[in-house]
Design a binder for this molecule. Structure first.
Ligand SMILES: [Zn+2]
Length: 443
């Protein structure tokens, strides 16, 4: 187990959590949904999240003769137990590469292709065609696609009702289309006798419309229903939707929330009938977030240390080269920073000396806007990163994590540098998320 250092979680965060808890508490006082005996499951969306198994971190070299498409490995091939119950694969992701569908069929199905023995849910990826008047697929081809590729679950074709597409006139069309598709989907599924489990989608624009849709889906015969279009909806509003929806569930109805993995809200979601959800947020925060890149079991998060490749194309490095920095000088700063963090990890360098080397490179890395970096932006970065990196160096969370990635690559996991470090850190975050998710539900 990781050392507890809860006292260091900042107070502002505590205050926000507390007021939210008070605000949300009333939902826990409602009667529990009738499907309360079902377990809750976490699915991770698949976006080709893979790494080179034999990457050399010291030399920054890939495995010899590597073919990334075939040879790179998934998180579930690194950990002895997958850090998720199942995987969600969207058709838009498969369609991105022309030969992929044929490759999957050749491999013997989606499970074999992504080398995952557990459950795999397929959907069409409604965000990919949100702007089109109608989804670019028809039910017959989608049923056939789920069956041929060997999915465990297949989601009916839906159309999102969010943002500009939630206007009166548009939303009614999308609402009806989603329900009509669900009806056609389950009736053809039953007639033809497919093997995968069908999931019907509910879209809507207020709690009543969602509830009406869920009621209709239960009446159509769906045992597994998914709520779409709430990935960016505030937690309180999702709970208001669930409060209405839960009245129509049966003791065996399973309910999925698309794109919502808010750890603090999971007990509330479960209380009101949610039995599964998917989220890539812990994974992607490893490289998309400005501050919260490395997560820990006690809830504290850290910024990873930015040491980008001088030799790879990036706007930051290009800007420096155009502004009188030589490549040799930048490469020296890059190497000094890498050496410093590794020596610090071994206990050979003090915090202050390490920070000095890290910041000598880091302070140059502010992203230019309109071809320029303002002094004020540079100063802000230096101040913020000094504080964030010092915190990381003081706590050394990578030395305390017992996951197989941190055990193997150690301090490399907290360096923000290329896919092999960044995505492995994302895998570590997923490991932390799953453990926290299970613990929260047990309590
Ligand atoms: Zn770890």
């Amino acid at each position: 187990m990781q050392k507890k250092n809860k006292s260091k979680v900042n107070t502002q965060q505590k205050i926000t959590q507390k007021s939210t808890e008070e605000e949300l508490g009333k939902f826990l006082k409602l009667p529990a949904a009738v499907n309360k005996n079902l377990a809750m499951q976490y699915f991770i969306p698949e976006w080709d999240d893979k790494v080179d198994a034999g990457y050399n971190f010291i030399l920054d070299e890939f495995s010899q003769n590597r073919n990334a498409y075939q040879d790179d490995i998934y998180a579930h091939e690194i950990y002895s137990q997958p850090n998720y119950h199942g995987i969600l694969v969207s058709k838009v992701i498969i369609d991105k590469k022309k030969s992929k569908r044929a490759d999957i069929e050749k491999a013997g199905g989606i499970g074999k292709f992504i080398r995952f023995p557990g459950e795999i849910m397929g959907d069409c990826g409604a965000f990919g065609y949100i702007k089109q008047e109608e989804p670019p697929y028809n039910t017959v081809e989608i049923l056939d696609y789920y069956e041929k590729l060997g999915f465990s679950y297949g989601v009916s074709i839906d159309h999102l009702i969010v943002g500009q597409f939630a206007q009166s006139g548009v939303r009614e069309k999308r609402y009806n289309l989603t329900l009509q598709n669900a009806e056609e989907f389950i009736s053809k599924h039953q007639n033809i006798g497919y093997n995968f489990t069908p999931i019907g989608v509910a879209q809507g624009w207020n709690p009543q419309k969602y509830a009406e849709a869920v009621k209709a889906l239960v009446e159509m015969g769906y045992k597994y229903i998914a709520i779409g279009g709430v990935a960016r909806t505030p937690t309180k509003e999702i709970l208001e939707i669930l409060q209405e929806v839960s009245q129509h569930l049966t003791p065996t109805t399973r309910l999925h929330l698309f794109g919502v993995g808010r750890i603090d809200a999971l007990p509330y979601f479960r209380h009101l009938g949610v039995t599964s959800f998917d989220s890539a947020s812990p994974l992607r925060k490893a490289w998309f977030d400005a501050k919260e890149n490395y997560h820990t079991l006690d809830g504290k998060t850290y910024a990873a240390i930015r040491i980008p490749f001088v030799d790879k194309h990036s706007i930051r490095i290009k800007h420096l080269l155009e502004n009188n920095y030589t490549r040799e000088h930048l490469k020296q700063l890059e190497q000094d920073a890498l050496n410093a963090i590794r020596e610090y990890d071994k206990g050979n360098l003090s915090i202050d000396e390490t920070l000095h080397k890290l910041l000598a490179f880091d302070k140059l890395l502010e992203l230019p806007r309109d071809g320029q970096v303002k002094d004020s932006a540079k100063e802000r970065r230096l101040k913020q990163h000094t504080r964030m990196y010092r915190e990381l160096l003081e706590d050394k969370p990578w030395q305390q994590c017992e996951c197989v990635i941190c055990k193997k690559i150690g301090v490399e996991s907290v360096i923000f540098r290329g896919n092999n470090r960044n995505r492995r850190r994302g895998f570590h975050n997923t490991y932390v998320f799953e453990r926290n998710f299970k613990q929260i539900l047990e309590n």
